[in-house]
Structure formats: C-alpha cells, structure tokens
Design a protein around this ligand. Structure first.
Ligand SMILES: Cc1cc2nc3c(=O)[nH]c(=O)nc-3n(C[C@H](O)[C@H](O)[C@H](O)COP(=O)(O)OP(=O)(O)OC[C@H]3O[C@@H](n4cnc5c(N)ncnc54)[C@H](O)[C@@H]3O)c2cc1C
Length: 434
C-alpha cells in the first residue's frame, strides 16, 4: 500500500520544490538497497556511498524523499527525554545508556551540519519540560536528581520566570535543560537529500510491495518493477511492521501538528517578545509547543492508533481544532484563526522505548523505532547500520548495542486494544496540558 501524506506540512511547503524526481520503471540489480528515505535511510545511503564508492547503491521511497515524519516533526534535537510514554527508564544506568545514544545522535547531526555547511536554523537554546500543574514539580525534582547524577546542566523554573521566557502565563513549573537544540527539520532532511553521494540512485514515489530473501540476494517487488539486491537495509520506521519487519516489537502511532502564521509585531510585543523556545510536556500526552525563530507557534498535542498510510482531510481538521484550543489556552489574546497549516506524520514505538538496530540475516538489516526522538538517533542509526552491514565495527555500534533491546508485544487485536486504552489513560492524566 502506498503512503499518502497530506500536503499541509509547513516545513515542507516553505522549501523550494525539487526537480528531477525519478520513479523506478524497469527491473534492475544492485549491491545495496535501502528502503525509506528519511533521516535513517538518507544517512545509511550517505555512509554506504562513502564506504563503497564503486558499488551500486539504490535508495527508494514510497513518497518524495524526506517528506515523511523526517520533515513533519517538531524539530527538537534532544539530549534527554522525560517522557517515555508507555514505560520509563527509571534506573539511572538505563537512562544513561539512553542519553548516551541521544548525545551520539546530536554529535552525528552536528558533524553533518558542519561538514555540509547546512542552514537548518540550528539553535542551541535548550528546551523546557513544563507543566501548568504545580504538583508536577515532584516529577521534575526527581528528574533533576537524575540529570544532576549524570552531569546534565539544567534548572528548575517557576511561573514568573516562565512568563518572561515563554510569553505565556500558562505554565507554573518547568525544568530547563541546556543541551537541547531546536532546528528546522524540513531544511535538515532536504540538505541530506542534496548531500547524497553520486553513486547513490534515488527512486521516489516507488513503493516496496513485497520482498523475499532468496539464497544470497533479496528480491523486491515495487509498483512498476523489481530490484534484486545483494544486501538490504530497511529504514521505514513507522512502516516496518507493514513490511513484516520485527512485527512483535514495534507499532506505528500517528501524530498531528499545527503551525500558526508569524505573529505580527504587535502580537509579539504583547507577549513580551520572547526568544525562540521549545516546551515538551511533563506528562506524555501533553502538548509539545514551540515558538519558532520567525515567530510562528507550532503545537503537537495528539497521538493515536490510526491507519499509518493515510489520514482523511476531515480527521486532520478535527485534530487542528484540538490544536487551536491548545494555543488559545496558552495565548488567549491571540486571534482565533491563526493556524495556517496542519499535518500528520507516523512514528514508530516499542514497548520499552528502546530502538531497533538489527541484523536480521547476513544480508538484511534494519534500523528504526525512535519513539518520537528520531532526528538525532535516526541520523546516528542510519550511519551506523550502514557500517555494521559493511561488517565493520565502531565504538558507536558498541554503545548502541549495549542498550536494552525492545521487548515483545502481544499480537492483534490485543495490541491495539492495549495501546488504545493506554493512550486514553495517558490523555486523561495529561488533560490540563493538552
Ligand atoms: C508530528 C511529529 C513530531 C515529531 N517531533 C519530533 C521531534 O521534535 N524530535 C525528534 O527527534 N523526533 C520527532 N518526531 C519523530 C521523527 O520525525 C522520526 O523519529 C524520524 O523522522 C524517523 O526517521 P526515519 O527516517 O527513520 O523515518 P521516516 O522519516 O518515517 O522515513 C521512513 C520513510 O519510509 C518510507 N516508506 C514506508 N513504507 C515504504 C515502502 N513500502 N516502500 C518504500 N518506502 C516506504 C516512507 O515514505 C518514509 O519516507 C516527530 C514525528 C512527528 C510525526
């Protein structure tokens, strides 16, 4: 089935449209095939291109490259996360492993940005975990203890200071972490497409329908043609399950986000002219909300079990209304209709919030499931899965492989029943924060 995305994503629509889009039309063979051209697939292709300059490498995506979740996210490149949603890494040792991976992810993106002189509105302004509910102070204090033990620079802040920093008096308590980075995800992923080495052939609007492993090659059937490859890397994240990959270890969740127009000079003045900021919720189902560098407000406050291949216009409009309320709660004096775009995107989750980084067979590899934090980790995992698939080892691979492995999930229909009831429960817990 083809991935059909809405065309509402502001990050994508702000970019120049690309030309020279190639669709796979005839059968071919290659040495390496990568399925999925988001951060993971693009990074894997970039690395393979460098490691094997004389090999034939093909990268394929069902839609336009980079225009899945990799362009549709909120643009937080995180060094720490508070919410793991379904389960949390309570023990310090596990938390350290997780944050080590996040930090390697930041380094990988930073190196890419530096090497290719990428303009993606990179801002090392830190981020806030904030709540309107003062009782959430206890959660933040515990988190502060974890961060102190691991040496992360951070600070607890209360209402008066938050009003000045954020321009809203909605929040009563927050924990600021210095290491978070805000960026424009559309610009970042576009630069990864532009940086693909010459020996990588990119085919877009080309959907993998089925695949099989036959002796020492993999046979892949697309809409119009077939590819036979010696090795394959699956980088389809929220669509891994639909391709039969690690089906009992991951599941897709659909998120929606909205972005306003730029605030006028007067509107911006009235909220105190805050600098660019990003807030993450204390409770998993609360809103992620961000003031961009061009004074737009981005909000993401829905997460649901939904058909990952398509969200109808009507459903998207309903989600947009929830986002309008979220903005109104925080900025009651702004006009009602300032949302300019609303879009959805698909992420992948595992039960214990660990990622997938695996060799399935000698010639089949997979990386994905970043549980909503894939900008850095996806870029890191893409590069490192390419290295692993080339039978090489790195310190990064050792760190990645020392993480907890994803835990087993029950089959359908029990899985969806479980996830849906968990989401309802989390939504109820976070109701003041949506
Ligand atoms: C609204 C939203 C907000 C988010 N906020 C953040 C954030 O602030 N920070 C953060 O780090 N992460 C965030 N994320 C998550 C982040 O976007 C993802 O973790 C990241 O994009 C994963 O990258 P990827 O390359 O693995 O997958 P994707 O970007 O999903 O790419 C996978 C690609 O595979 C393609 N594909 C699927 N099936 C097939 C097939 N059969 N044949 C061919 N191609 C196929 C898809 O078209 C897609 O382009 C957010 C996501 C969303 C949706």
């Amino acid at each position: 089935m083809q991935v059909i995305n809405d065309n509402g994503c502001a990050w994508i629509n702000d970019l120049n449209s690309r030309s020279n889009i190639k669709v796979l039309k005839k059968n071919t063979d290659c040495d390496w095939l990568i399925i999925g051209a988001g951060y993971t697939g693009l990074s894997a292709a970039r690395k393979l291109g460098k490691l094997h300059p004389h090999k034939k490498i093909i990268l394929v995506d069902s839609q336009l490259a980079g225009e899945g979740a990799s362009s549709r996210n909120s643009g937080y490149l995180v060094e720490t996360t508070l919410n793991d949603g379904f389960t949390s890494n309570k023990e310090l040792e596990n938390y350290k492993k997780k944050s080590d991976i996040y930090n390697l992810g930041i380094d990988t993106v930073k190196n890419f940005v530096k090497e290719h002189q990428v303009d993606c509105d990179w801002n090392e302004c830190g981020k806030y975990f904030a709540s309107s509910n003062i009782n959430d102070e206890s959660i933040l204090k515990k988190f502060s203890y974890t961060l102190t033990s691991l040496g992360f620079e951070h600070k607890l802040l209360y209402k008066d200071e938050l009003v000045k920093k954020l321009g809203t008096n909605f929040y009563n308590v927050a924990l600021y972490t210095k290491g978070g980075i805000l960026l424009n995800p559309g610009k970042l992923v576009r630069s990864m497409i532009n940086a693909l080495p010459n020996n990588v052939e990119l085919y877009e609007n080309t959907t993998l329908l089925k695949w099989s492993s036959i002796q020492d090659y993999i046979s892949c059937t697309f809409d119009n043609a077939k590819i036979r490859s010696k090795k394959i890397i699956f980088a389809t994240n929220g669509f891994l399950k639909s391709l039969g990959i690690r089906v009992n270890y991951n599941f897709p969740i659909t998120l929606t986000a909205s972005m306003t127009r730029s605030l006028t000079e007067e509107e911006f003045y009235n909220i105190g002219r805050p600098k660019e900021w990003g807030v993450l919720p204390v409770k998993p189902m609360g809103a992620t909300i961000r003031m961009t560098k061009d004074r737009k407000i981005l909000i993401r406050n829905t997460a649901e079990v939904h058909d990952p291949f398509k969200m109808s216009k009507q459903t998207l409009e309903e989600r947009s209304k929830i986002q309008k309320i979220g903005i109104k709660k925080r900025f009651p004096n702004l006009p009602d209709n300032i949302i300019q775009s609303t879009w959805s995107g698909v992420v992948s989750r595992t039960r214990n919030s660990s990622q997938i980084f695996d060799k399935i067979k000698d010639n089949i590899f997979v990386a994905g499931c970043y549980n909503g934090s894939g900008i850095g980790v996806g870029t890191l995992f893409g590069e490192q899965i390419a290295i692993k698939a080339s039978n090489q080892n790195t310190e990064e691979i050792q760190i990645i492989e020392s993480r907890n492995k994803p835990t087993w999930l029950p089959p359908q229909p029990f899985l969806n029943m479980g996830i849906k009831s968990r989401l309802i429960f989390e939504r109820f817990r976070a109701k003041s924060e949506i």
